[in-house]
Design a protein around this ligand. Structure first.
Ligand code: NAP
Length: 499
């Protein structure tokens, strides 16, 4: 066991965990450790190295407002540039000696007597901390749901977030199963080299232009030399995205109509074939599924060596993909762009909170977080769960967005966590959310979510098969900022050491 008691232990060295570390340092807190299961920092930007991987939020907005400006080469940065900037950030901010790589957390247990989290890693090491911050992300466990027979395929296959760079695709027959935000980025790149590419689409998506371009040398100089111009650029993108919130409302409104018009125009300008167009046009309200932002996806589908298949996949066979019209599509390589397991939030980590003896157990409460969330994950402001004192989740349940940068949400969360930790220190007690606060918050949130486009008639990674939205926030970032601006200490029971 590590004998040091840290103030904070953070799970995950993605942008959320690293940003939290930076924010703790800014608050003068040096007693923290970041535990990362892999051998490299970067989270989603480490994992998603597929050809064409990039961020579809502008770089100026997809970076911490409280960090120095990296010198972004273009409006929407590509994955290698983002990953390199994350690694530079770690060095620049002196985070290296706080990070332990290859330290996968298997268990975090709250000790009522000591008012500490006891955290165990895969190697058996134990770490103790007064607070536990879970920054595990929403999109990192590949999903292959509904695809039978993968193990029988004779060729190479992989998930988009586990790209096999050692396999040469030149001249090969390649399948992309899925046409979501990841697929539309690699499809144009793969189409350039593959002998033939077949895109299997189950549901079409709305797609709008990306309007990417490299920054000129003068612009890059200006953003570096004059931070006010960068702030202006960032603010411009931020408020433009906030204005998109209307497209996330179920009621038909001018913003949704405008986005639908732009998406239709994009489709019509890039796809002349009316039959193909209709296959690509969604039948659900805009915003219900993730809006795609891509300039090269439709043109890639127009190539002679690319086909769009809309028949349902029945199963994977040794030679390829069998669709429900009985046809076998023979393949050398299958790429599963089938998304992520997004609904459980927990992965393999066992998190054990307060003993039920110490507070009246109610619906949703339980010793393990897995039990507490058996009817679906929920957390107050996406961050705290009753029965789990001084545990904070970053990018937790109901904090994903359809319209703006997740970095802006994370910054609200960092500030809230810092306030909570300060209160915990001042009160010499851990903060345990009152169950009735969570119940009330969630009832209100779910009610608001019913009026959003996420609740429309589509399936998406935002919601359970019975339609409960577990991943998305119901409003704008500004709404969230207001809700998280103050720490309402009355929402929490103060738990001193010894219970
Ligand atoms: P996704 O949006 O969940 O898309 C998965 C795709 O696979 C969908 O087209 C889905 O079809 C299809 N699929 C899943 N199971 C299938 C099955 N059994 N048979 C046939 N098709 C199946 O996953 P993703 O593209 O990896 O993106 C996930 C999220 O990551 C995005 O929404 C976005 O938030 C984030 N992302 C962001 C960026 C960025 O630039 N910032 C880039 C990539 C990803 P259905 O639509 O019918 O379910």
């Amino acid at each position: 066991m590590d004998t040091e008691v840290y103030e904070v232990a953070i799970l995950g060295a993605g942008l959320a965990g690293l940003g939290m570390g930076m924010r703790l340092k800014m608050a003068g807190e040096e007693s923290f450790v970041i535990l990362e299961k892999e051998d490299r920092v970067g989270g989603t930007w480490r994992d998603n190295s597929y050809p064409g991987a990039s961020c579809d939020v502008q770089s100026h907005l997809y970076w911490f407002s409280f960090d120095e400006q990296p010198d972004w080469s273009r409006v929407f940065a590509m994955q290698p540039e983002i990953q390199a900037n994350i690694e530079r950030l770690v060095a620049r901010q002196g985070l290296n000696h706080h990070i332990r790589l290859n330290a996968e957390i298997t268990e975090a247990v709250w000790s009522e007597d000591a008012a500490l989290w006891v955290i165990t890693t895969l190697s058996g090491e134990q770490i103790r901390a007064r607070a536990f911050v879970a920054a595990w992300g929403q999109l990192n466990r590949p999903s292959f749901k509904g695809i039978e027979g993968r193990e029988h395929f004779d060729g190479d296959s992989w998930h988009s977030a586990r790209w096999r760079h050692d396999v040469d695709l030149r001249g090969k027959r390649v399948a992309s199963i899925g046409n979501g935000a990841s697929a539309v980025q690699f499809i144009p790149e793969v189409a350039e080299v593959a002998g033939h590419l077949t895109v299997f689409q189950r549901t079409p998506n709305y797609c709008v232009p990306r309007l990417d371009r490299p920054y000129t040398e003068e612009e890059r100089r200006m953003f570096l030399d004059d931070p006010a111009t960068l702030r202006e650029s960032r603010d411009g993108f931020y408020w433009e995205h906030e204005g998109w919130i209307g497209a996330m409302k179920l009621q038909d409104n001018p913003v949704a109509q405008e986005f639908t018009r732009i998406a239709r125009e994009h489709l019509e300008s890039q796809v002349p074939d009316p039959e193909l167009r209709e296959k690509l046009w969604p039948k659900y309200p805009i915003g219900c599924k993730r809006l795609l932002i891509a300039d090269t996806f439709y043109p890639a589908l127009m190539r002679d060596n690319v086909d769009l298949v809309t028949e349902r996949i029945e199963r994977i066979e040794p030679q390829g993909v069998r669709t429900d019209d009985g046809r076998l599509h023979e393949m050398d390589v299958i790429v599963y762009a089938t998304g992520f397991e997004t609904l459980s939030f927990l992965g393999h980590v066992d998190i054990v909170g307060r003993s039920p003896k110490s507070w009246p157990p109610r619906r949703g409460d339980g010793v393990s977080l897995r039990d507490a969330w058996r009817e679906g994950p929920e957390a107050y402001l996406g961050m705290t769960v009753s029965g789990f004192p001084n545990m904070f989740i970053l990018y937790g349940p109901n904090t994903n967005l359809g319209h703006n940068s997740i970095i802006a949400m994370l910054e609200c969360q960092f500030d809230y966590v810092v306030k909570a930790l300060e209160a915990s220190k001042a009160e010499r007690a851990a903060l345990d959310l009152r169950p009735e606060v969570l119940e009330h918050f969630n009832a209100e949130l779910q009610d608001e979510l019913r009026g959003t486009s996420f609740a429309g008639a589509c399936n998406s990674w935002y919601k359970t098969p019975d339609g409960r939205i577990t991943n998305n926030w119901s409003g704008s970032v500004e709404d969230y900022r207001k809700r998280t601006a103050e720490l309402d200490l009355d929402a929490y029971e103060l738990v001193p050491a010894g219970g």
